[in-house]
Ligand binder design. Structure first.
Ligand code: GH3
Ligand code: MG
Ligand code: MG
Length: 344
């Protein structure tokens, strides 16, 4: 088989070889460099730091080295949640069943014996890289919503908890917007379910455009509901992004003849604040949901915003301090055909 065409994906898998035996290192390089991006660590002591820096797809690890043995390194890697999914193949000059058993119990996936047999080694490494590629794909798919390509609810739930804790620790504001398409049942009834799916995808694309920083997250919350999570974002910044979103959707003007507005519109509840101990991430989500409910009650096609109450004022999970924000144009003007001053 042509070595260059072995991996279908555009990027080559990354392999880190940790071995102080330069003969073995050279041979592995010759064997793999056509189809893998190769990295080396000749010192056992630099192994873990190199893994953290490179995040390789596979580690080929010598069992016996000067300073540390391979078992200790493998055990350290498997104890680290960020690194534990990287497969480790041990390479050794001695064949001893009890050593091999020890290697597997440390978390290794396979053994290669020296002197290196090129064909067997290549086959074993390819097998592990294929398994890693499939595991990565499954991990990615388990976080993505099939219809829209946005993050799914499961991924959002874990990010919400993680960002809540991070912003609490750093005392940074976190913005959360719950977004719902207006009169969407009527849209499906009028144009059909497939057109409904297209509409959901179009809205999802607009949401994704409002996520420019790596930690920003747009997710499909369920049905025709979405959520935007913006860490390190104040209320003014969140409102600016949401106003842009509303404008873009007006511009797209997706027809919706069963809506009083004639086009597809959104209702939004947004809540911003610095997380604190008196409130949980779920209570905060509940506040955003209350604000979304208000937006619906007050006529739809609008944004109701609120700030997370300070610790002393949190009375019930649903306690909401709503501010009088509505959909305002970025140029400061209000358009007669859009609701303003809705009292949210
Ligand atoms: P409101 O303005 O109060 O939000 O009214 P609504 O009609 O949008 O809300 P409702 O909850 O009554 O209806 C939501 C609809 O969304 C009903 C459901 O069939 C539709 N829906 C949910 N998921 C999908 C989907 O994946 N594709 C399509 N086409 N429709 C969906
Ligand atoms: Mg709806
Ligand atoms: Mg809904």
């Amino acid at each position: 088989m042509d070595q260059k065409s072995h991996w279908p994906s555009q990027t080559k898998p990354r392999v880190l070889v940790v071995d102080d035996d330069t003969t073995a290192v050279k041979l592995l390089f010759q064997l793999l460099h056509h189809e893998c991006e190769m990295f080396f660590a000749l010192q056992a002591t630099e192994a873990v730091a190199r893994v953290q820096e490179l995040k390789p797809d596979l580690i080929v690890l010598d069992v016996v080295m000067d300073q540390l043995d391979g078992y200790e390194i493998c055990t350290a890697l498997k104890a680290d949640p960020q690194l534990c999914d990287i497969p480790v193949i041990f390479i050794t000059s001695h064949f001893d069943a009890s050593d091999e058993a020890r290697g597997f119990s440390c978390g290794a996936v396979d053994f290669i014996h020296k002197p290196i047999n090129p064909m067997v080694t290549l086959a074993r490494i390819r097998t592990q890289l294929k398994l890693k590629e499939q595991a990565d794909l499954l991990r990615r798919l388990s976080m993505v919503d099939g219809l829209t390509g946005l993050a799914n609810r499961r991924h959002f739930d874990s990010q919400l908890q993680a960002e809540w804790r991070r912003c609490q620790r750093l005392k940074r504001p976190l913005a959360l917007a719950l977004i719902d398409i207006d009169w969407f049942k009527q849209f499906n009834d009028c144009y059909g379910h497939l057109a409904g799916d297209d509409c959901i995808r179009a809205v999802a694309q607009q949401l994704q455009r409002r996520c420019s920083r790596p930690s920003d997250l747009a997710a499909r919350y369920g049905g025709e509901e979405f959520v935007l999570l913006w860490p390190d974002t104040e209320l003014a910044g969140a409102m600016h992004l949401l106003d842009e979103l509303m404008m873009q959707l007006n511009h797209a003007a997706i027809p919706h003849e069963r809506s009083e507005f004639g086009i597809v519109t959104l209702s939004i509840g947004v809540c911003v604040g610095i997380p604190h101990d008196s409130c949980s991430a779920l209570q905060w989500l509940e506040q955003a949901d209350q604000l979304l409910y208000q937006a619906k009650q007050q006529g739809r096609r609008r944004i109701c915003s609120g700030t997370l109450l300070p610790p002393a004022q949190v009375v019930t999970p649903a306690a909401v301090q709503a501010t009088a924000d509505s959909f305002s144009q970025p140029n400061g003007e209000s358009r007669a055909d859009e609701p303003v001053g809705n009292g949210c």
